[in-house]
Write a protein that binds this ligand. Sequence first.
Ligand SMILES: *Cc1c(COP(=O)(O)O)cnc(C)c1O
Length: 504
Amino acid sequence: MSDKKSRITKATTHVTQNEGLLFEVSRPGRTGYSLPALDVPERPTETFIDGKLLRTDDLKGMPELSEVDVIRHFTRLSTWNYSVDTGMYPLGSCTMKHNPRINERVARIEGFANLHPLTPVELAQGALEVIARLEECLAKITGLHAVTLQPAAGAHGEMTGMMMIRAALTDRGNPRKKVLIPDSAHGTNPASAVICGYTVETVPSNSDGLTDLEALKREMRDDVAALMLTNPNTLGKFERNIEEICRIVHDAGGFVYMDGANMNALVGVMKPAASGIDVMHMNLHKTFSTPHGGGGPGAGPVAVTSALEPYLPYPRIVVAGGRCTVDFDRPKSVGRVRANFGNYGMLTRALSYILTFGDEGLREMTETAVLNANYIAEKLKTTYEVPYPGRVMHEVVFSDKWQTRHGVKNSDISKRLIDYGFYPPTMSFPLIVHGAMMVEPTEGESRAELDLFIDAMKSIDAEAVEEPETLRRAPHSTKVGRLDEVAAARKPVLKWRLNDDSRA
Ligand SMILES: *Cc1c(COP(=O)(O)O)cnc(C)c1O
């Protein structure tokens, strides 16, 4: 046994973070297939493919692998990532939740998955109906008049919404100059406003973590095009003065844009239109089933009032007499923001999600998400400072203030969480909370799982008191430990060789 043990290579211990490239694993002569013997006469390739299309070298350097080599390689690589399938992923503002697998099945239905985007309208009726029905569902959920599914992400939806506001104001004679954004907003909001030609003014939060109404009144002049309001905001707080906020902005002739990326806290409970919102986006890849992370495709549908409807991106799908047609004749439209009708696979998942849950199910989803966040907030509020105390929506923001007394920062706490088997929370955001840790458990976590997380956070706090030195070197259980973050940014090593021990 003992000499066997000494031969255990890194690739078979713990998480296999030293997997070689396929080219390195390759061995001459290995194959992953076996073909039956040829039962027709052999012919030279040149007799059926034009000689000038054939390569002249003999294709050196392709990996030669067995089936098991390939399966193990990719399965090992898959263990490098933490995922919602591995455990709780409390990354605040990102809604990293479990999505029912049925939605994946629906997205893979051949008629949807393999449909060519330029298929004639008469032959794509079912696919177009999916779009029309999803638009209808999202209009119902937000209470707004019409929806576009074209934008490919939340930030893209913000840009689309701001383009529509600019077009509407221009039609009225003046696009105006500024956009107001509370300091608790998501960072993409100011970027979207600037891309649409506006300058940004910040509205401060009050001591409850809500938009300061007096400051808003002062800033809201006739050169302000819109207020962009993240609701619930990035402190996890519901802007409970939202009706008053909308009134102030509307009275000065501006529009209210709601960043609805956090709709996981509102679906089935609150319709933004009822409070006076003019335009908003949602993130299908947060609230409505598309898995996200890793830079995969997303979708950021935008919903608008009837006043903004003419400005929606074209083409629009029109349903009449049980048939879908595509309308390009939209003279006021801001134009296309995406090829075809957007990221279609995301749309089928979202519709499947909404229809399988139904009104009741969606409401329960929201209520459970909010309950779970408040459970964590309540259980940890004596261990970690909650700078803006009180009830939260779907996420809660803690700070590292009490742990910094022992020289332990939010990054130490987060890295130690990895050892306990959890993904770290969102770090140092929102900016108005120093040393922030933003935790969003989502509705998918059971009480048992939430308790494990709470225990881990309490245990880390105890370590901060007892052994802060060790804590500051976490994580301890991963192949790669604490990185030198400055060197990683300044002198990144973008290539490595197999069996290079200096990396471990
Ligand atoms: C995630 C998020 C966004 C941006 O969405 P992307 O799809 O990443 O562009 C905007 N606002 C809020 C509040 C968010 O949480």
